[in-house]
Design a protein around this ligand. Structure first.
Ligand code: FAD
Ligand code: SF4
Length: 497
């Protein structure tokens, strides 16, 4: 599959210059590697924490200035064997786009990003680069901080958008083959982009009224403004991708309908939108809800506005259960909506938290309290059935479990009770069972994820491929996008025989 993906990349590539180009060689010679490595990593400018914790929609990270980007780009050594690329699931030509930035050709940098990524401005903001490309940067071997690849990606994508010179990737002549995509999150969008470039007639079916999946209904505006997601979706539209919202595949339209309508391939990217609960007493009290419900209502249904049809309760003592990105987004949202005390309740220690390090840092700066090694055992309500208190079991870390993280074990008899008026449960998600049950013959794991061939993302049904959270359970934007790319390469291969 590695070989196929690389052949697929060169098929899609239009601007990526080779490392042997004269300008690249001259740029490399213009500064010694040691000098480059000695430049300190740039810091992302941010909004003041006191101010930002009281305004809902202003983005926290402000983006690099041109001077910062030019300097950071000089840190990249333009390695002959760029290990960073191995850490990028969508195979961005990292050194090329960075060297374009160093040369001041920001629009070419953006074009290079778009050769293999449908969502560079999104990924530059929310991708966990510290665990992906940046974790493989050669600087780490020299005990230096990695090149800020994510910040530079955001810089190039933002520069292009703000300049108004938005390039539309080239698409092949239409081949008339109809392809359906179920779900418009990052997996579906990435797949749609690659298939459109190859000339396919792609339609994305989306159950919600908004296109974008978790990028719109989950991740709040202060991390990822909707307008930025919309610009990247609009590029896909201009490449010929059609979007049909308010259409639930498996209900509004069936698998058989898709065949009748002439779709020759289907990519299922329906995500994992079913929230998990802990099944403890009091979870049904008013004021206890899942983070999915909380964030979707605030982000997509204007529920923070008391005049809206279904406003959310504006809690003053808000507890968010969990330690992932979703928990951080929920607790920071609650703080912005007016919580005096906004707490993370997490049963392990901070070291085991799955949330991005940057999100934890930002949350702390905004006054979020971290009650680690605590686990809720009961919610207590008042006579009106509204949550008023919660009982917390203190925990300690024991031996590592199957995930390799140390298992949290209760400290006997150590229970405390705290006052709360809103609880947001953020303890993981499961795949929505609708598509797996509506597509007869689809093999599903015991967790409800669709089983696919890991190389091709093809399911047991020969015309159905799947990727993203519906295959992985809750994962990340970039892994979902990588699946979309793999599936597009394999489906194209199969359709062309
Ligand atoms: P989704 O983004 O979930 O999209 C699936 C889409 O399919 C949805 O729009 C859904 O409405 C639609 N759909 C479902 N069923 C049907 C159907 N039957 N018919 C039609 N449409 C259907 N990852 C990161 O990398 N960085 C982060 O900072 C980060 N933060 C996160 C914050 C939150 C609050 C959440 C919830 C997740 C976060 N993640 C983050 C995880 C990341 O967003 C997901 O892993 C990623 O969005 C999965 O992409 P997907 O395309 O598989 O699914
Ligand atoms: Fe540049 Fe680091 Fe990638 Fe080397 S590994 S090409 S230094 S970003």
């Amino acid at each position: 599959m590695e070989k196929e993906l690389s052949a697929f990349n060169s098929q899609l590539s239009t601007v990526s210059e080779r490392r042997s180009e004269t300008w690249r060689e001259e740029l490399r010679k213009s500064k010694k590697n040691k000098e480059r490595a000695d430049i300190a990593r740039v810091h992302m400018p941010e909004l003041d924490p006191t101010y930002r914790s009281r305004v809902r929609n202003e983005e926290v990270n402000l983006g690099l200035t041109t001077e910062q980007a030019l300097l950071e780009a000089q840190r990249c050594l333009d390695c002959a064997n760029p290990t960073c690329m191995q850490g990028c699931p969508v195979n961005i030509n990292i050194p090329t786009f960075i060297k374009y930035i160093e040369k001041g050709q920001f629009l070419d940098a953006a074009k290079t990003l778009k050769e293999t990524s449908a969502l560079p401005a999104v990924c530059g903001r929310v991708c966990p680069q510290e665990k992906q490309c940046e974790a493989q940067c050669i600087h780490l071997k020299m005990k230096k901080e990695p090149v800020a690849i994510g910040y530079l990606e955001r810089f190039a994508a933002d520069y292009e958008r703000e300049s108004g010179n938005i390039s539309i990737p080239e698409v092949a002549a239409p081949n008339g083959v109809k392809i359906a995509v179920v779900g418009s999150g990052p997996a579906g969008l990435s797949f749609a982009g690659d298939m459109a470039k190859l000339g396919y007639d792609v339609t994305v079916f989306e159950a919600l009224h908004e296109i974008g999946g978790v990028l719109k209904y989950g991740i709040p505006e202060f991390r990822l403004p909707n307008t930025i997601v919309d610009v990247e979706i609009d590029i896909l539209r201009k490449m010929g991708v059609k979007f049909l919202n308010n259409c639930i595949v498996g209900k509004t339209i069936s698998y058989e309908d898709l065949h009748t309508d002439g779709f020759k391939g289907i990519f299922v990217a329906s995500g994992a939108g079913l929230p998990n609960f802990m099944n403890i007493p009091g979870e049904n009290l008013v004021g206890v809800m899942s983070s999915n419900e909380y964030l979707t209502r605030v982000n997509l249904m204007d529920a923070a506005n008391p005049e809206s049809d279904t406003p959310v309760w504006i809690g003053k003592n808000v507890a968010v259960i969990g330690g992932g990105n979703t928990a951080m987004d929920s607790v920071r949202t609650a703080r912005r909506l007016g919580a005096d005390r906004a707490m993370i309740i997490y049963r392990r220690s901070e070291e085991e938290m799955p949330a991005r390090v940057e999100e934890v840092k930002h949350a702390k700066e905004e006054g979020i309290e971290f009650m680690t090694l605590h686990n809720p055992v009961e919610y207590i309500g008042d006579e009106f059935g509204r949550v008023r208190q919660m009982r917390l079991q203190k925990m300690e870390l024991g031996e590592p479990d199957a995930s390799g993280r140390r298992r949290p074990v209760p400290v006997e008899g150590a229970i405390e009770t705290i006052d709360v008026d809103e609880v947001i449960v953020s303890v993981g998600v499961s795949p929505n069972p609708l598509v797996p049950s509506a597509f007869k013959g689809l093999q599903v794991s015991k967790w409800g994820t669709i089983i696919v061939d890991q190389e091709t993302m093809r399911s047991d049904l020969p015309d159905v491929y799947a990727g993203g959270d519906i295959v992985r359970g809750g994962a990340t934007v970039i892994l979902a996008m990588g699946d979309g790319r793999k599936a597009a390469a394999a489906m194209d291969n199969s359709l062309r025989g």
